[in-house]
Design a protein around this ligand. Structure first.
Ligand SMILES: Nc1ncnc2c1ncn2[C@@H]1O[C@H](COP(=O)(O)OP(=O)(O)OP(=O)(O)O)[C@@H](O)[C@H]1O
Ligand SMILES: [Mg+2]
Length: 242
């Protein structure tokens, strides 16, 4: 392998490969979510409807013990339906396709606040409220923000996480995820054991730069962390307001 590619070409290919890998993961998540909804959820739903009609249709004929067992199975089915729905949504929140990135981030913030008891503030500049991100980019951006929020929750020990969306020069848009937690020494990333992970920030940077945007990680120990992603205008659509 050594003489086929120059070090520079090798690096370019590796970068392209990392973007490809992230895309494949995205496709898999979306497929899993759809399969959960269309197959597992559908079958469970049918089973529940059939069971309910047996219970309600034979309410007075069924022996008490059998009826109790059937009602118990019905509860388990309802629970499984709820779980498959919420799992599917976690893999790929449908609101991304239906309503766009900002409503999907509202959903993410709500999830964290409810489940992890950490306050996530989503602050969208009024001029960005009507912005739609191109379909090819919005799920990647959602994944990127989710990774930054997850990192902040996992490592920062911060009381609050803020996601800010605001306009930048030349019609670009900035998405910033910030926490006021413990921060870290950016040079430590060079020494991470990559077998344990350590790909989150790297793949966000590659993805953003691949789209012609800019990425910055501004952090230092004790000073919190700010991940800044700047998206160029070719990926944005401004909706007309009526
Ligand atoms: N908000 C943050 N606050 C404090 N430390 C952070 C924060 N974000 C990242 N880090 C530090 O930077 C390291 C690299 O983060 P990155 O997301 O790239 O990889 P990872 O979380 O270790 O693994 P992976 O994301 O691949 O599962 C983390 O291990 C952590 O030490
Ligand atoms: Mg991470």
């Amino acid at each position: 392998m050594n003489s086929l590619l120059t070090a520079e070409e090798y690096q370019t290919r590796l970068r392209a490969l990392s973007v490809r890998l992230a895309d494949v993961r995205e496709i898999e998540r979306r497929k899993l979510s759809k399969d959960l909804h269309d197959h597992v959820g559908h079958e469970l739903g049918l089973a529940r409807i059939k069971l309910s009609s047996i219970i309600r249709g034979n309410e007075f004929e069924l022996p008490e013990e059998l009826k109790e067992n059937l009602l118990n199975i019905e509860d388990h089915l309802k629970q499984a339906i709820r779980q498959s729905r919420s799992l599917g949504y976690e893999y790929y929140p449908q609101v991304l396709d239906d309503a766009g990135l900002i409503p999907a981030l509202e959903w993410l913030a709500k999830q964290y606040t409810e489940r992890q008891q950490i306050q996530i503030q989503l602050l969208v500049d009024v001029s960005c409220e009507q912005v739609r991100f191109a379909p090819a980019l919005r799920s990647r951006l959602f994944t990127a923000v989710r990774e930054c929020v997850y990192n902040a929750w996992k490592y920062a020990d911060s009381e609050e996480i803020r996601i800010r969306i605001r306009p930048r020069e030349h019609q670009k848009i900035e998405i910033k995820v910030e926490d006021d937690g413990r921060g870290f020494d950016i040079r430590s990333l060079d020494h991470l054991d990559r077998k344990q992970g350590g790909f989150g920030l790297f793949s966000i940077q590659e993805m953003i730069e691949h789209q012609g945007g800019n990425f910055k990680c501004d952090t230092s120990p004790g000073k919190g962390t700010r991940i800044i992603m700047i998206i160029p205008p070719e990926h944005l659509e401004h909706q007309e307001t009526t």
